[in-house]
Design a protein around this ligand. Structure first.
Ligand SMILES: Nc1ncnc2c1ncn2[C@@H]1O[C@H](COP(=O)(O)OP(=O)(O)OP(=O)(O)O)[C@@H](O)[C@H]1O
Ligand SMILES: [Mg+2]
Length: 877
């Protein structure tokens, strides 16, 4: 049977590694496995799933939720209560911890399950070559990556994630990213040669194709792969959202830890009390805890994600929903986002701009042979459009080809023509990349660039076509190699003239470094340069939804920037046609921070340029979203705050994205933005209300505890009211968003929230103290139980009031209305119910209700007045 583990690696030292040998050892062949063989192997080897990607089990998740800081502090307080035999307090604490952990792990489990199910929808597939039976011809088809088995022959193209460990059988222009596995940050070239040295001929599961194409045989799958589990889910830094929530949590935890000792000491000093005050102190500390914070956060986000899923928008990482609501700059690519990515040939001109079929003819030769010889899993739309329109190229035989890649921006084919038996190198690519390699004077190059600019200015995509001839294959080969191995040398014009600083300086460093790397080997002059044949132009119709969606995004205060590999004139024209206000057009090669801030279009980007632009924007303080679908968009996707791509995007891009859209449609981005702002809005409202009333209660209780010789409330009552608040506050996850919340980018800012909490917490405490005054004066004669009851009722009523009024909108959603109503009802009826005795509550004289209501009404009126005067409540942090 097949040796499952890394045949390629195990084999290399023995010196017999031929492609055929590898296939034979794997009991496979160039025509692939039969379906029956594949089925048997799937049983023997199991599914091709890396163990690290399996979902987290329920008990594990529960254990993890116990590690939450609030839970730890609560448990510590529970232990203290148990030590002093305060069993009621300990019991309630255990109940709270259990409820919050269960709700939380259940919520997370459900959210994970549904995101996992959704992720399945966008799971990667792989092109595999298999035969229905032994004699049949091989067929290529897409199968889910899980079904891959050792011995399968697969095809890889730009943007594919390598689905298993493989050994190359054929490769052209192949480079792979394997940074996650080996730490090399630049793409590594790979070859399929026999008797290879080192690991040139091997690709590992989890790496990804940066450029080129390949056919390869699978050597190991699933847990047997060399790096199985090593790369896990790429360790992301905690997002801005996680950091905000954690920041707020830790502030509270510190305060919670300080309260019991302070309360104890104060009570000892003022009232000469000892440990008997401890249960009260513990209860107050528990009262401060927002036990339901993790539950509300997860539920609010999961609910937003579930609503989006109905429209086919998949949120792969829940906190990304907050981040998408927070973006103020959205970077998009051009092709396929603003246009339809269905190019149609519109012209073929010579270097002087006059119509000339030669450019199209040579472009077609290049397209035909690059497609044919490199055999990409999905053909390039530009190549297809050229072939659709081109005449038969005649008797030309392709010998070698290097497929297009977005860094070099050209493709190259070496062909032999029949007539003169000459070898011709045919290059086609982006204007600057091709002109840069042509042998021409500066003036000629300037004129040709001007012709291209004029063509691009009409909105067309322009490809330059150039050739070089030789009578010997060897020389032609060297010329072809020279053309593709050289890095384009962008003129770094403008760089010297500007005082660059910080982000932009760093941003441009990579560029400057690369410019010097061009391989300047010393070819004889006649072998050096290409001859420009001319340009072909292609039109790509505008996306019908784009114009409307851009206007809507502008209305949401999101600045759209177009980062494209294309010509600046083409991109600028497309943007103008879509009604996007083009402030400035920048060239990736000569960007300054000022230009970056102003530019609507940043053109001629390489994949790394796109990433550098996004990083610089983030460093300038923006929250940046990035929408793209090509393999050239992957680096930017990884550094953006939120990566967004359509379901049709290449594997690597989809893997790096946080949000996957049903189609490449800016309208769907807007939906995601709204959903994000809604969820964040609800979370902010929850934090503000829950924490400000908790803080208010704590201040009031500590103050009252010191002012009176008796406890203002029994510990069990403090805990009971806390449980009621927690239950009611769950409804915030289902609240409705205020229009103001949706108007501009919204993010969780701990400082804003803390300010709000302190302000309204103090106000809340003042109201509580006013209630004390009323109670002391009104019901104290009826004894301590009446005093406790009065305060208990008032707390529940004011909590109901703030739940309704401390929100940015006066409109109330049903769950919230019900929760607030329930709180008021419990507050009013519990003291009258048979349960009253259990909690030490008593019925109050009728008049005291009137007093309590008066306080509550005054408080509500006060809140409304404050909001009208200051707009504090409506203002979003
Ligand atoms: N198959 C191809 N053969 C030759 N040149 C190509 C090919 N595809 C694209 N180009 C050239 O390379 C340039 C850069 O392409 P790239 O894929 O990086 O970006 P893009 O698709 O034009 O734009 P965007 O970044 O908006 O998607 C194109 O503008 C075009 O001039
Ligand atoms: Mg693209």
């Amino acid at each position: 049977m097949v040796c499952p583990r890394n045949i390629g690696v195990a084999w290399a030292p023995e010196g017999g590694d031929t492609r055929f040998g590898a296939l034979r050892l794997l009991e496979s062949g160039p025509r692939g496995l039969t379906e029956a063989q594949a089925e048997r192997r799937l049983l023997a080897h199991g599914e091709n799933v890396v163990p690290a990607h399996r979902p987290v089990s329920w008990p594990r998740r529960l254990a993890r939720s116990l590690r939450d800081p609030f839970t730890m502090v609560l448990l510590a307080l529970g232990v203290v209560s148990a030590l002093i035999a305060s069993w009621g307090t300990a019991g309630v604490i255990v109940l709270l911890v259990a409820a919050s952990c269960l709700l939380r792990s259940n919520g997370e489990h459900r959210a994970d399950r549904s995101t996992a199910a959704l992720r399945e929808l966008v799971a990667s597939t792989v092109t595999v070559r298999r035969r229905p039976h032994e004699e049949a011809a091989p067929r290529e088809r897409e199968i889910p990556v899980d079904e891959l088995v050792p011995g399968d022959v697969i095809k890889l193209g730009p943007g594919d994630v390598v689905p298993a460990d493989v050994r190359l059988l054929r490769a052209s222009g192949l480079t792979v990213h394997q940074a996650a596995l080996t730490g090399e940050s630049e793409p590594v070239p790979k070859q399929a040669h026999d008797l290879p040295e080192g690991t040139d001929h091997l690709l590992w599961q989890g790496s990804s194709v940066a450029s080129g194409t390949a056919t390869a045989v699978v050597t190991a799958t699933g847990a047997a792969t060399l790096y199985a589990g090593a790369q896990q889910a790429p360790a992301r830094k905690p997002s801005a959202f996680d950091r905000s929530v954690n920041g707020i949590s830790w502030i509270l935890v510190r305060v919670m830890l300080v309260i019991p000792p302070v309360a104890l000491v104060a009570n000892a000093l003022l009232h000469g009390k000892g440990l008997e005050a401890l249960p009260f102190a513990v209860a107050v500390a528990v009262g401060l805890t927002p036990e339901m914070l993790p539950v509300v956060v997860t539920t609010a986000l999961a609910r937003g994600a579930a609503l989006l899923a109905r429209d086919g928008v998949i949120v792969k990482r829940l906190p990304a929903l907050h981040d998408v609501g927070a973006i103020d700059v959205l970077c998009v690519d051009k092709t396929g986002t603003l246009t339809q990515d269905r190019p149609v040939l519109s012209g073929s001109v010579g270097p002087d701009g006059r119509a000339d079929p030669a450019a199209l003819r040579w472009a077609a030769v290049n397209s035909f042979w690059t497609l044919h010889l490199t055999d990409p899993p999905t053909p390039d739309p530009l190549d297809e459009a050229i072939l659709d329109a081109a005449p038969d190229p005649g008797d030309v035989e392709g010998l070698r080809a290097t497929p297009f890649d977005p860094t070099r921006k050209l493709s190259c084919a070496l062909v032999r023509t029949d007539d003169a038996a000459a070898y011709v190198v045919v290059v086609k690519g982006a204007v600057e990349a091709v002109l840069d390699r042509c042998a021409m004077s500066a003036a000629e190059r300037g004129r040709a660039a001007e012709v291209a600019r004029a063509l691009a200015g009409a909105g067309a995509r322009v490809l330059a076509v150039a050739t070089a001839e030789s009578t010997t294959e060897r020389t032609a080969e060297r010329m072809a190699e020279h053309a593709v191995s050289r890095t384009a040398e962008h003129p770094l014009e403008g760089r010297a003239g500007h005082a660059l600083s910080g982000a932009a300086e760093r941003m441009l460093e990579g560029r400057a470094g690369r410019a010097g790397e061009g391989i300047r080997d010393h070819l004889p002059d006649e072998e050096r340069g290409l001859r420009l044949v001319g340009f072909v132009t292609l039109v790509d119709a505008l996306s019908p939804e784009a114009a409307g969606a851009l206007a809507v995004l502008a209305g949401r205060e999101i600045t759209v920037k177009v980062l494209t590999g294309d010509h600046p004139a083409t991109a600028a024209r497309v943007c103008r046609d879509l009604g996007l206000k083009v402030e400035a057009v920048a060239d990736a090669a000569s960007l300054t921070p000022q230009a970056l801030e102003r530019a609507t279009v940043i053109a001629r980007c390489t994949p790394e340029d796109k990433a550098r632009v996004v990083t610089a924007l983030r460093e300038a303080g923006h929250t940046v979203g990035f929408l793209g679908d090509g393999s050239n968009d992957r680096p930017a996707m990884r550094v953006a705050d939120v990566g967004i791509c359509p379901r049709s995007a290449v594997d690597v891009t989809r893997e790096a994205a946080d949000i996957v859209l049903a189609a490449k449609d800016l309208t769907a981005v807007d939906q995601a933005v709204l959903a994000g702002r809604r969820s964040t809005g609800n979370i902010i409202t929850y934090l503000r209300i829950a924490l400000s009333s908790n803080v208010g209660n704590v201040i009031a209780m500590l103050a009252a505890g010191l002012a009176f010789p008796f406890l203002p409330m029994l510990p069990i009552q403090v805990l009971l009211q806390n449980v009621c608040f927690d239950a009611a506050q769950l409804s915030f996850a289902f609240d409705r968003a205020a229009p103001a919340t949706l108007r501009r980018p919204l993010r969780l800012r701990p400082n804003g929230i803390v300010r709000f909490i302190v302000g309204f917490g103090v106000l809340n405490a003042l109201v509580d103290l006013a209630t004390f005054a009323v109670l002391t004066w009104g019901v104290r004669a009826a004894g301590q139980p009446a005093f406790h009851t009065g305060w208990f009722i008032e707390n529940l009523l004011t909590q109901a009031v703030v739940m309704l009024l401390l929100r940015p909108t006066i409109q109330v959603s049903r769950p919230l209305g019900l929760a607030a109503g329930a709180l008021a009802v419990v507050g009013l009826l519990l003291p009258l119910s048979p349960l009253a005795g259990v909690f030490g509550l008593v019925a109050l004289p009728a008049a005291s209700y009137a007093w309590l209501l008066l306080v509550v009404v005054l408080y509500g009126g006060g809140l409304l007045a404050i909001n009208r005067r200051t707009g504090w409540i409506a203002e979003r942090s």
